[in-house]
Design a protein around this ligand. Structure first.
Ligand code: AMP
Length: 376
């Protein structure tokens, strides 16, 4: 059997973990990335996106293509797809890159969203405030991530300030502020034959706008699981999607509201490497390669904790009985995701003890809560 190669736009930690999952299947990966010394570099050839003929070389380097970077330029995808196939499809990428297109697709598919308005001028922002009421979250339609490019407007005196901060983006979205109890995400994979499989909901906790930790299965969420599965399946089928898709949801007293989708493997799915029969990375590779999908069933309750800004001592993490450490080979920088730790404790007591230990070991305060709820 000849060896298959998958070309991946981007070469960060998501590409690295995709390539790690591809290796046992004897599938090779190549990467298209500006920084050739990226986290994926140890696992496959990195073709520089800075080189003039880089895209041409990248196109030749693999049989089929995917991405780990959701802001992959559509122009590059268009050039590539003249001769090669990419999964997920271009349309999914184009929609996920624009919050307005994304929200209108959710509307079209009857996936509840917070009321929103398109904003492209100071006047339209004033109109949005009068239509939606306050507070609202003003976001750039394109280019934002991890809470960047956002402004929470609490009173009318902030309208000019918000416009001064974000108005240059020209295309913005104003959303009603959702009074949510919790944030969850559903991750699913769709194969080339249209088969869909979903993982258990993750409950996600953020710190300074960055994902700090995820708990899976999301506690007290059995009733939400089929609803979230229904929403993501509608998206996958509508987009004729192949690969892994993530949908982030707010849980409120009135039910769930979709926030955004990511057309790729997701930080809240890293738990699945140890916690599920088949991880999001392996199933993504399987889907892109046209192979049968694996079971997404949870093997055991799992907590995934991000390592942000500074590395802990490896020995201290590994001294915890159930801990798995994943390092991304990145240099330390404020607010940067450097790795993650997966805990698969056998009891609530063990979970409490390990979370307490981790909050001592991790230099950045992670909002880890000793009273973390988990069904074991
Ligand atoms: P996003 O970049 O859209 O994922 O937003 C980053 C974070 O901002 C989310 O995880 C929420 O915690 C918060 N957020 C975003 N949109 C809203 C909203 N409409 N209402 C309340 N909080 C929001």
């Amino acid at each position: 059997m000849s060896k298959m190669t998958i070309g991946i736009f981007g070469g960060g930690q998501l590409g690295r973990m995709m390539a790690q999952a591809a290796l046992p299947l004897n599938i090779q990966c190549t990467f298209f990335e500006a920084n050739t010394d990226c986290p994926s570099a140890v696992l496959g050839q990195v073709i520089s996106s800075q080189d003039q003929d880089g895209l041409q070389q990248f196109t030749k380097s693999a049989d089929v293509f995917s991405l780990e970077f959701e802001n992959t330029p559509l122009a590059d995808v268009d050039q590539l797809t003249q001769s090669k196939q990419i999964y997920p499809p271009r349309q999914a990428l184009a929609i996920a890159q624009n919050r307005l297109l994304e929200k209108s697709l959710f509307d079209e598919l009857d996936i509840p969203v917070a009321p929103y308005r398109a904003v492209d001028s100071l006047e339209s922002l004033q109109q949005a405030v009068s239509d939606l009421g306050l507070p609202i979250v003003l976001k750039t339609a394109t280019g934002g991530y991890d809470g960047k490019g956002q402004f929470v407007l609490k009173n009318e005196t902030q309208i000019n300030e918000a416009w001064a901060e974000l108005g240059a983006a020209k295309s913005l979205i104003a959303e009603s502020f959702v009074q949510f109890n919790r944030e969850v995400s559903i991750i699913a994979v769709r194969g080339q034959d249209g088969e869909v499989r979903t993982w258990d909901l993750a409950e996600n906790h953020h710190h300074h706008g960055i994902l700090s930790h995820s708990i899976v299965p999301a506690p007290n969420s059995l009733h939400l699981q089929p609803i979230a599965e229904e929403y993501i399946t509608r998206l996958l089928n509508h987009l004729d999607y192949v690969g892994v898709l993530t949908l982030e949801l707010f849980v409120t007293e009135q039910g769930m509201f979709a926030n955004e989708m990511a057309p790729r493997v997701h930080n809240s799915g890293h738990w699945s490497i140890e916690g599920a029969v088949c991880s999001q990375f392996e199933n993504h590779i399987r889907a892109v390669a046209g192979l049968p999908l694996g079971s997404t069933q949870t093997i055991r309750p799992t907590v995934m904790v991000n390592i942000i800004s500074q590395y802990p001592k490896t020995e201290s993490v590994l001294a915890l009985d159930s801990a798995h450490l994943h390092l991304y080979d990145k240099s330390e920088r404020e607010g940067r995701k450097l790795g993650h730790i997966t805990l698969t404790p056998k009891s609530k007591d063990e979970l409490t003890a390990q979370c307490r230990a981790l909050s001592q070991i991790l230099p950045e305060s992670l909002a880890l809560n000793e009273n973390m709820q988990i069904e074991i």
